[in-house]
Design a protein around this ligand. Structure first.
Ligand code: GDP
Length: 667
């Protein structure tokens, strides 16, 4: 439903011209009095115009910087339980703009910001969090109006289901344990099903491929494993319709098989199982199926619903069946799209290539793309100069579920970024700049995922109803015990859900899954792999390591009650790798190191990691640049490091230093 501007003006007892002026002030973009406004916008405008006279009894001929009576001074008592005044604004906005919106003097706003320890100048942009906080100080509940881009995208997406929908090809990803044959299967399918169209020779991959079986198409994404799959999902992109879980018949279900199952499930993507290497002697397929059923993948011949196909990438056995089953699963999903609309989809891969500039492999999820179209792609945009299909042939037009490589981008987008076609380059540039500006602002406020500290407040605010947990333990027995005691902690307010569990150290895959599913990682008698540590720091995933089951449950209980004691947190500073060992009189062994990330800091606490395991914890007692003592060394530089009381340092050891931070409990 919508209403035209002139009708709304009549409703409100205003002239169209007056309403248009007011709309402009409210940042609602309309062309003229015949433009229509959607219901929600109209409602906001009604409320906005209604609330004005209340707060400003005497019209508003005065300059807007005057403070109306109803606006609270920040020094006054807290707005107690008094209702906050609703106000919709576009974000980011400058201090000046915000002052105008709240009818304040900019200096008053700056003073209050200073009290909140935010130093801002009048023309500085503010991010959403700051705006909300400072708004409350003045008695406002500030809501964010959708950005022009968001509004545009909303309209774009509405077209997804309008128009004539046609069936589209399923998009498939192979996942499974390393060496179980994902690459071999994909290569074989590509070779046997695609070769007919090729002029011969090896095709260079674009990160995705399409095959045709009995006139029906399937698009395969070459994601190397479930980490990439979930990393894309963490960015909000679910490209895959069906996961083919590859399990080698001779090996059976392995740790990464379970990871893959959990990743696919967390993404709500159906699984077709390919039992591979069926050409090998002495294999026991029934055993593999029994193992799978322990993970709720019960094969059809065992009375379950999971499609399983016995295949061999070596002999080609079962490949046709597998493709047929993928198509069947695809049909059941009733995948549809509207080719007669501008394209949108996601980035599968991207790179900066010599001569071509930034290029990206994109998957069209809806609509059609033509050469010459302008599209926004992540933070960048392009007028599409050339499009290559998966055989690197130039094409002029592409349709839903097609994967293709495009060039002409203004920068390199990230895998998982969304793209969509806009009407012209001007709009693309505008959105792109706006995004880059927002990113710059957000840079200061990093993304965070759930942590036990802020669990309580999030539950109270109704933000979460489920606590997702990933559990890693040293042995299967304690894993089971831990999961059971965790599940008992579920309450009416919050359900505890173990989305993945496994034996072994916390690894990157755990962090990626935690980031995508907003989960906390709990390790029991295990450590964290260094790559995982780095990923957790980047993604702000809460990892908690324990040695006593009771402590795990006690911590979660306290977190649920908002009574968690402050905990000591290690904040990563830097990582260096030992390249050489020197003997230095007085100091002893000094490790000649390369700083790999961050910075190494003299006297900082540190740990020594060997083969992904922490073997020592201490302090950096000496830091040298050649012979000179220094306080810090940055990434990329070579330095000498001595770790106090640690004599057995070896080449290839990793030294990580960190800061200790006490995290207060937040209520
Ligand atoms: P990925 O790590 O899952 O991608 O596994 P690869 O495709 O790289 O395969 C790992 C190894 O298993 C390679 O040496 C392959 O040649 C071998 N392999 C893959 N599929 C089969 C199969 O069906 N039968 C046999 N005998 N070997 C296979």
């Amino acid at each position: 439903m919508s209403i035209r501007v002139h009708a709304l003006a009549k409703n409100l007892g205003l002239s169209s011209k007056d309403l248009l002026a007011k709309l402009k002030k409210l940042n609602v973009k309309v062309k003229g009095h015949m433009s229509s406004l959607d219901d929600e916008t109209a409602q906001i405008i009604r409320e906005e115009l209604k609330s004005k006279p209340k707060s400003k009894p005497k019209a508003k001929p005065k300059p807007k910087v005057d403070k109306p009576a109803s606006v609270k001074k920040p020094d006054e008592k807290k707005p107690d339980e008094k209702e906050l005044k609703e106000l919709q604004i576009k974000i980011p906005l400058t201090v000046k703009e915000l002052a105008v919106k709240m009818s304040l003097k900019p200096t008053d706003l700056i003073k209050t910001l200073m009290k909140m320890k935010i130093m801002a100048t009048i023309n500085q942009s503010l991010d959403e969090e700051t705006v909300k906080k400072v708004g409350e100080e003045f008695g406002f509940n500030l809501g964010r109006l959708p950005t022009l881009e968001e509004e545009f995208l909303e309209r774009h997406k509405e077209k997804d289901t309008s128009g004539k929908l046609v069936a589209r090809a399923p998009v498939v990803t192979f996942m499974g344990h390393v060496d179980h044959g994902k690459t071999s299967l994909l290569d074989l399918i590509r070779k046997t099903k695609v070769a007919a169209r090729e002029a011969g020779g090896i095709t260079q991959h674009i990160g995705a491929s399409e095959v045709e079986v009995d006139g029906k198409r399937i698009t395969f994404l070459d994601t190397p494993g479930h980490e990439a799959f979930t990393a894309m999902r963490a960015r909000g992109a679910n490209a895959t319709d069906i996961v083919v879980l590859v399990v080698a018949a001779n090996d059976g279900v392995m740790p990464q098989t379970i990871e893959a199952i959990d990743h696919a499930r967390a993404a709500d993507v159906p699984i077709v199982v390919a039992i591979n290497k069926c050409d090998l002697p002495n294999i026991n397929i029934a055993r593999v199926k029994a193992q799978l059923s322990q993970h709720d993948l019960v094969a059809e011949d065992m009375g379950g619903k999971t499609i399983t196909v016995n295949v061999s990438a070596k002999t080609g056995q079962g490949i046709d069946d597998l493709l047929e089953m993928i198509l069947l699963e695809g049909e059941m999903l009733e995948l549809k799209a509207n080719p007669n609309r501008p394209a949108r989809g996601i980035v599968v891969e991207s790179k900066l290539s010599r001569g071509m500039g930034p290029t990206a492999t994109i998957l069209i999820q809806n609509g059609s793309l033509k050469v010459g179209d302008v599209l926004i792609c992540g933070d960048y945009y392009a007028r599409v100069k050339s499009m290559l299909n998966d055989h690197r042939e130039q094409i002029k037009e592409a349709h839903p579920s097609n994967a293709l490589e495009i060039s002409g981008l203004t920068g390199v987008p990230e895998a998982g970024d969304a793209f969509y076609v806009v009407e012209d380059e001007k709009k693309a540039r505008e959105f792109s700049l706006q995004r880059l500006e927002e990113k710059r602002l957000k840079g200061a406020v990093a993304i965070t995922h759930i942590s036990l500290e802020d669990l309580y407040s999030q539950v109270k605010e109704g933000k979460i109803k489920e606590l997702n947990i990933i559990v890693k333990a040293d042995v299967q027995g304690s894993l089971q015990a831990l999961i059971e005691s965790l599940q008992k902690l579920s309450s009416k307010e919050i359900a505890i859900k173990v989305i993945h569990s496994g034996v072994g150290n916390v690894n990157v895959s755990d962090i990626v899954l935690a980031a995508a599913s907003n989960a906390v990682v709990i390790g029991f008698h295990v450590g964290t792999e260094s790559r995982a540590q780095a990923a957790a720091e980047k993604e702000k995933v809460d990892i908690r390591l324990y040695n006593i089951i009771y402590e795990v449950t006690a911590d979660i209980k306290s977190a649920l009650e908002g009574m968690l004691e402050p905990h000591i947190k290690e904040v990563f500073l830097g990582r260096a790798q030992v390249r050489q060992i020197f003997k230095v009189s007085k100091i002893g062994n000094v490790a000649g190191c390369m700083v790999l990330a961050g910075k190494m800091v003299l006297h900082a606490p540190c740990r020594v990691v060997r083969s992904n395991e922490e073997i020592f914890r201490g302090k950096i007692s000496s830091l040298k640049k050649f012979k000179e003592n220094v306080k810090e060394m940055n990434a990329g530089s070579e330095c000498g490091i001595a770790v106090a009381n640690f004599k057995t340092i070896r080449v290839a050891d990793i030294i990580e230093c960190f800061e200790i931070e006490k995290v207060a409990r937040r209520l």
